[in-house]
Design a protein around this ligand. Structure first.
Ligand SMILES: Cc1cc2nc3c(=O)[nH]c(=O)nc-3n(C[C@H](O)[C@H](O)[C@H](O)COP(=O)(O)OP(=O)(O)OC[C@H]3O[C@@H](n4cnc5c(N)ncnc54)[C@H](O)[C@@H]3O)c2cc1C
Length: 750
């Protein structure tokens, strides 16, 4: 199967994603590498500046779109490409091999290195930086008559000048907007009729235009010109045209003198038939002066879709010819727009209505979820797994099961099975008594680790943890599986030192694919283990129905240091949770294409955070008892603590730290597949009468979740300060332990 890697979710690639969503191609394995899940539609960006649109209206979330297209997502910046070796380089990760790659990464603004520009001017490319910055910059204005300078008078600069003027007037301010242009007229490259119309509109609105004027630098309250003058400016926009991003620098791709990839009319990079470059990041060799505008990137979409297919099937590729004259529509911010086509310019409210309609229609095709994460019309949830065939050969959709720690066998079933197998208590008298005497922790104790003494008297603590992939990114699965496995040792207060990997590769992966999969899994694992000084000594690989990754980890407790155990909680202890909850429901929603990229990103970042820092803070605070929170959910793991320590635990639902989006999804009824089994606890539980998302959160299975640390209540503040100093900002006291009536400890969730 050819591996296709798409880099960037620009205006062209989102069309490829939509096409694959509508027409899945099972003969392709595709990956999208994107630095941020949100792509911003440039056509509506000036309207955002004017206050006509909310941010979400011009944002396209690449993650749910990619999920529906069956495209794997890597949320990390691409840092370069090795064209000859066919590898895409990704920050902090193993490079991704490809058979075909396509780049749609946009551009940055020219002239950012002039003095003061980065510090004081509002950046306009990438557009998502403009979208993020604009409201804060407007709110920071203090003057009743703010001076605004827009440097650059291309279409973007002109729209921004008119739109910021409208926004500020809407706030009852009296802005003085100046447009500065180095060329001899505004809107260079556009039809003179449009320039004249815009000049007239600027005069009417009181916007000043300075042509033949070059900027030398930007200051906090001014713009320095090359002729020595300084323009007062409280808000400076830098819209000086596109410059190449550094992504191709140092690569073996042919670049134009401005650093953009040189492409043929087929959109293939010169001399590299298996690499495409589209949108702003490409220069068409036979049209080097084509301006960089979103309309071209949009028009390239159908050509790239077709040429990807044709390249794969060995057909002749189609030529893209940029249109000489396109409908230019400029938002004037006051409900009117100006436009030009075929040499005629026009202006009015109807032009803005037309522009708004075109833009909204474009967005409707790509926005899969509403701002709260619910699927929009035309983008249902993906509730079933891949199509399979039933006993009679009829197509059936496999149910979608969650991976990660949500794939654990339920606590009640596990307990029953262990009991029936005779593993629920230490065997008496049977076996070698010397050996049995060496055992410290085994299946008879609720801790997720085993511990024993060597004949020399040293203690060894070890754990084995494995799970089926929770996502289709093998590097991430390897990394999080390693974090998760180490967490079992961290929960006992021990630093893991050695590891072995257990990897099951999917049977359907052929030799080369299987090899690459294993490389990615192990590289991900090393990204978690190496920084902690854990040596991956060896392991075992086999094949099976799906990717399963796990690790055996072991370590040696420091001399004389007691292990942290679930049985050591004392009445009066405060229970601190170190990471927010909700990964189970977020990953379940992601599998169904219902998790916005921004929620997923925070969830994945939390899962990749090692519990080592929390464990070290726990030791400093004199913590004696801990558990990690994983597949049984917070309530399940606290249930084990209640049982092992014979204390009552009162959980304060309102104090639980939560990952963004988890409560919204639980409220909407989304659940991980093991949620229900987690509600069956090993101890009596008291819950409020009314169900709530926060109550449900306690049953949500966590993959690579945080630690619960039981600390003397008087030292809780010290522990929290220490945890926060390590970046665990969500950490907080979530529960208290109380003395229990003999033989009747309980868990209260209220
Ligand atoms: C204020 C303003 C208004 C504009 N208005 C218009 C307009 O009305 N009409 C018009 O035609 N043009 C307009 N433009 C121009 C337009 O913004 C660009 O031409 C257009 O966005 C380019 O599209 P693209 O597909 O090349 O890249 P983009 O749309 O910029 O997309 C780039 C993608 O690549 C991702 N990316 C970037 N770097 C990396 C990396 N290292 N690794 C992984 N992913 C990466 C980004 O996150 C993004 O997903 C405007 C420009 C400005 C500044």
């Amino acid at each position: 199967m050819p591996q296709v890697v798409l880099v960037g979710a620009g205006h062209t690639h989102i069309q490829v994603l939509r096409h694959w969503m509508m027409h899945p191609d099972p003969a392709v394995e595709a990956t999208l590498v994107v630095d941020t899940p949100i792509a911003v539609y440039s056509g509506m960006a000036p309207g955002l500046v004017a206050g006509q649109y909310e941010r979400h209206e011009l944002e396209i979330d690449a993650v749910p779109l990619a999920r529906r297209a069956g495209v794997r997502v890597v949320l990390a910046p691409c840092t370069g490409v090795e064209a000859t070796n066919r590898r895409v380089l990704v920050e902090g990760r193993e490079p991704l091999p490809f058979d075909i790659a396509s780049f749609d990464v946009g551009s940055t603004v020219a002239g950012l290195d002039l003095p003061g520009v980065r510090e004081h001017a509002v950046p306009t490319r990438p557009i998502n930086r403009l979208a993020a910055a604009i409201s804060g910059r407007v709110e920071a204005l203090t003057s009743q008559r703010p001076n605004v300078v827009v440097v650059g008078s291309g279409a973007g600069g002109i729209e921004l000048a008119f739109c910021i003027d409208s926004r500020l007037r809407g706030l009852d301010l009296e802005p003085r907007v100046t447009i500065v242009e180095a060329g001899d007229r505004i809107l260079p490259g556009y039809h003179p009729a449009l320039t004249r119309r815009i000049e007239a509109a600027a005069r009417e609105r009181g916007l000043r235009t300075l042509v033949d004027t070059t900027v030398a630098g930007v200051e906090e309250h001014g713009v320095r010109l090359e002729d020595g003058r300084t323009l007062d400016s409280d808000l400076t926009f830098w819209v000086t045209g596109a410059a190449a991003l550094p992504i191709f620098r140092g690569s073996d791709l042919p670049l134009c003198d401005r650093g953009f990839a040189r492409t043929r009319p087929t959109l293939q990079v010169e001399g590299h038939d298996h690499i495409f470059a589209v949108g702003d990041c490409a220069t068409l060799i036979d049209q080097p002066n084509r301006p960089r505008a979103g309309v071209y990137a949009v028009r390239m979409g159908p050509y790239l879709i077709e040429n990807l297919e044709r390249l794969k099937t060995g057909q002749r590729l189609r030529w893209y010819r940029p249109q000489g004259d396109f409908l230019a529509l400029l938002n004037l911010g006051d409900g009117r727009a100006a436009g030009a086509k075929w040499g005629a310019a026009f202006e009015g409210r109807w032009v803005m209505r037309l522009k708004d309609r075109i833009d909204r229609r474009f967005m409707e095709r790509f926005q899969a979820l509403d701002p709260e994460g619910a699927a929009l019309p035309g983008f249902g949830a993906m509730r079933a797994g891949p199509e399979a065939h039933g006993a009679n050969g009829e197509p059936q959709s496999a149910p979608m099961f969650c991976g990660g720690c949500a794939a654990k066998v339920g606590p009640d079933r596990l307990a029953r099975a262990l009991a029936r197998a005779g593993l629920d208590a230490r065997p008496e008298a049977e076996g070698d008594q010397v050996l049995l005497d060496q055992v410290i922790l085994d299946t008879g104790t609720p801790d997720d680790a085993v511990a024993y003494r060597t004949p020399a008297g040293d203690r060894i603590v070890a754990s084995l943890d494995a799970f089926p992939a929770f996502t289709d990114d093998p590097w991430l699965v390897g990394r999080i599986a390693a974090v998760n496995a180490c967490s079992d040792l961290h929960a006992t207060g021990v630093t893991p030192r050695f590891a072995q990997a257990l990897v099951t590769l999917p049977q359907e992966a052929d030799g080369e694919t299987a090899e690459e999969l294993l490389i990615q899994v192990l590289a991900g694992a090393r990204a978690a283990l190496d920084p902690e000084g854990v040596l991956l000594l060896g392991g075992h690989t086999n094949t099976g129905p799906e990717l399963v990754v796990g690790f055996h980890v072991e370590g040696v407790p420091e001399d004389g240091r007691e292990l942290l155990l679930k049985s050591r909680v004392r009445p009066g202890d405060a229970l601190v949770l170190t990471k927010p909850l909700g990964s189970g429901v977020l990953l379940a929603a992601d599998r169904m294409g219902l998790c916005p990229g921004r929620w997923l990103r925070t969830c994945l970042a939390s899962m990749q955070t090692s519990n080592r820092g929390a464990m070290e803070a726990a030791r400093r605070a004199g913590v004696a008892a801990a558990t990690d929170v994983s597949g049984f959910g917070l309530a399940g793991h606290l249930g084990e603590v209640v049982q092992a320590s014979s204390v009552n635990i009162d959980v304060y639902l309102s104090a639980l730290p939560v990952l963004p989006g988890a409560l919204e999804l639980l409220d909407r009824g989304e659940r991980s597949t093991s949620h229900d089994q987690n509600t069956r606890l090993p101890v009596p539980v008291e819950t409020p009468n009314a169900r709530s998302a926060r109550l449900d959160l306690t049953f949500d299975p966590q993959t690579a979740g945080g630690l619960v640390l039981a600390v003397d209540a008087k030292r809780a503040d010290i522990l929290l300060r220490d945890l926060k100093a390590q970046g665990l900002d969500g950490a907080g006291v979530i529960a208290r332990a109380r003395g229990a009536r003999l033989g009747n400890p309980r868990l209260t969730l209220s």
